[in-house]
Design a protein around this ligand. Sequence first.
Ligand code: NAD
Length: 231
Amino acid sequence: MGELTGRVAVVTGAASGNGRAIALRLARDGADVAIADLDDAGMAETAQAIGREGRACLAQRCDVSSKADVDALFDAVAARFGRVDVAVANAGVVERGSHCLTMTEQEWDRTTGVNLKGVFFTLQVAAQRMIAARTPGRLIAISSIMGEWGNATSPAYCASKGGVKQLVKSFATAVGHAGITCNAIGPGFIRTAMTGPVFENAAMERFLVDRTPNGNIGDPDDVAAVAAFLA
Ligand code: NAD
């Protein structure tokens, strides 16, 4: 029996990268897992891997930047599992080469819509369901080292990841009375589809390794281990 046996977890952006690793780790620890993403093929792979862990999986197509989609996700989780114990707001996007001085309104809205609005409503709807069911749940969001650094060519990403840190502090004060915790994980650079183009640049990889105390670029399983601890 794992530490999360009998629990139900929801992980957004679980079709790849950190989200997939988190979903698999929570399943390995005993949870049944609902995964949400826009990538149906990636979700199918994650769902199969969760099945191989002997856990139940619900795969729900969901655009986290739509409040209606987030409501539908948690309705589907309630219908299938009857409870939610852990919610991981992981889905995220980064704008590429959108300089502060030239970024368009559309680019700004897309990144902040997924990374900030999407995280806000994932945490809000999950918290509402947990409080209604008197579940001492766990809310987790994925921030980033880019919430500390600045970058001329991904200003909306940096702003949204800094915003996630503030969001979890607000939620923690809003839900603590109900025995619910809310935390953010702030990974450094991790090898995923999102950072593929970064690591194609050898000079950039060297720059990042030189700024990492143990000299290693992180792996999605490192992020998943922290999520499992918080869960
Ligand atoms: P990834 O691109 O592999 O995964 C992101 C997932 O989110 C994809 O499966 C994508 O389809 C999904 N997604 C995108 N928009 C969505 C939407 N509107 N609704 C639902 N799902 C959506 O990248 P990743 O590196 O695994 O990123 C996961 C999280 O980790 C993100 O929040 C990212 O900002 C954060 N993060 C990544 C790193 C890194 O170095 N890779 C570092 C710090 C934080």
